[in-house]
Design a protein around this ligand. Structure first.
Ligand SMILES: [Zn+2]
Length: 290
C-alpha cells in the first residue's frame, strides 16, 4: 500500500517537473502543505483544466486524500464553476516570484488559501503574506484553513482597494487588463509581480498571458511567461484598454513586451497598450518620475 506521505512526495516531484520549478523552497512547500485540508472533505470532483466553466468533472472513488495528490484541478463549488487550480500552473508562477525567506508577499484572489499556504511556507516565519479574496465565502474558508499560519493575514473584499503595504512579491491570481499603478507603487526595489493580462471571455473568465514585472530602481522590466485562462478581477478591467490588449495578443506584440512605462510620453510605435501612467511597452526599460 502506498502511504499518504509517499503520495505527497511523488506529487511534489510531479509538480516540480510539470512546472520546471527551480526553487527547492517551492518544491519543499508542496511537500509540506496538506492539500486535503484546503479542499474540504471528499470525495472530490477532479476538473479538467484550470477553470471550471463548462468543465467535465470526474468524481473520485472515495474520500481518500491520496486521490488529490496529482497535478489536477479540484472543484470547490461546481454550481459556481469554482475550482482550486492545477498545482503545476501555480507552482510555475510562484517560482517566478523568486521569494526569499522574510519577504512580504501579496496574494490577490487567494481562493480557499492552498496556494497562500505555499507562499507562506516559502517566505517562512520571518515573512508575511497579505491575502485577499473577493468572494466572502471563500475568504472565510481561507481564513479558517490558514489559521495555523501566523504569518498570513486574509482579507475579504475587492483586492484592488486593499493596500498590501510595501511588498517584495505579488501574485495577482485573477485576470486584469493592466497592472494597477498602486501595486507598482508598492513593489519594493527588485520586487517581482506575476500578473495575468487578459481579455474577457464571457462574464467571469478571461484569456491572455501571464506577465512577470520586476522593479529595477525607477524602471519596471516585464516579460510574458505563459498563456492562461483565468477568472477575471472585475475591478481592474479597463474597457478602453481591452480592445488594444486583445489586438496585441492576436498580433503577438504582447509577447514581446519588455517593460511597463510610467513616464509621461506620447504614444508611439513602441507602445503595445498605452494609457496614462501604465504603458505596456516594447522598450527595454524606462525611467519615470512621479
Ligand atoms: Zn506608451
Amino acid at each position: 500500500m502506498i502511504t499518504l506521505d509517499d503520495c505527497r512526495q511523488f506529487f511534489t516531484q510531479e509538480v516540480r517537473l510539470a512546472a520546471a520549478v527551480r526553487s527547492p523552497a517551492v518544491v519543499d512547500a508542496f511537500a509540506r502543505v496538506p492539500r486535503e485540508k484546503f479542499l474540504g472533505s471528499g470525495p472530490w470532483r477532479i476538473a479538467l483544466g484550470d477553470v471550471g466553466a463548462g468543465a467535465t468533472y470526474l468524481m473520485t472513488d472515495d474520500a481518500d486524500p491520496r486521490q488529490i495528490y496529482h497535478n489536477v484541478s479540484v472543484a470547490l463549488d461546481p454550481t459556481r464553476d469554482l475550482i482550486s487550480g492545477q498545482p503545476g500552473t501555480l507552482a510555475r508562477w510562484i517560482d517566478e516570484l523568486e521569494i526569499h525567506p522574510g519577504d512580504r508577499v501579496f496574494h490577490l484572489g487567494c481562493g480557499v488559501g492552498y496556494f497562500t499556504a505555499i507562499l507562506a511556507e516559502v517566505t517562512g516565519a520571518s515573512g508575511q503574506v497579505v491575502a485577499v479574496e473577493v468572494d466572502a465565502d471563500l475568504a472565510a474558508h481561507a481564513r479558517e484553513n490558514l489559521a495555523a499560519y501566523p504569518n498570513v493575514a486574509v482579507h475579504d473584499g475587492d483586492g484592488a482597494a486593499l493596500d498590501p503595504g510595501a511588498c517584495d512579491a505579488m501574485l495577482i491570481n485573477a485576470g486584469v487588463t493592466h497592472p494597477l499603478p498602486a501595486w507598482l507603487d508598492r513593489l519594493r526595489e527588485s520586487g517581482r509581480m506575476v500578473v495575468p493580462l487578459t481579455v474577457g471571455m464571457g462574464k467571469t473568465l478571461g484569456k491572455g498571458v501571464v506577465a512577470k514585472i520586476t522593479r529595477q530602481g525607477a524602471c519596471f522590466s516585464a516579460r510574458t511567461i505563459t498563456f492562461v485562462v483565468i477568472y477575471s478581477c472585475a475591478s481592474v478591467r479597463d474597457s478602453q484598454l481591452a480592445p488594444t490588449l486583445g489586438k496585441a495578443m492576436a498580433t503577438g506584440a504582447l509577447m514581446k513586451m519588455q517593460s511597463v512605462r510610467r513616464d509621461v510620453h506620447a504614444p508611439d510605435g513602441t507602445c503595445i497598450v498605452h494609457s496614462a501612467g501604465v504603458c505596456l511597452s516594447l522598450n527595454a526599460s524606462h525611467n519615470y518620475s512621479k
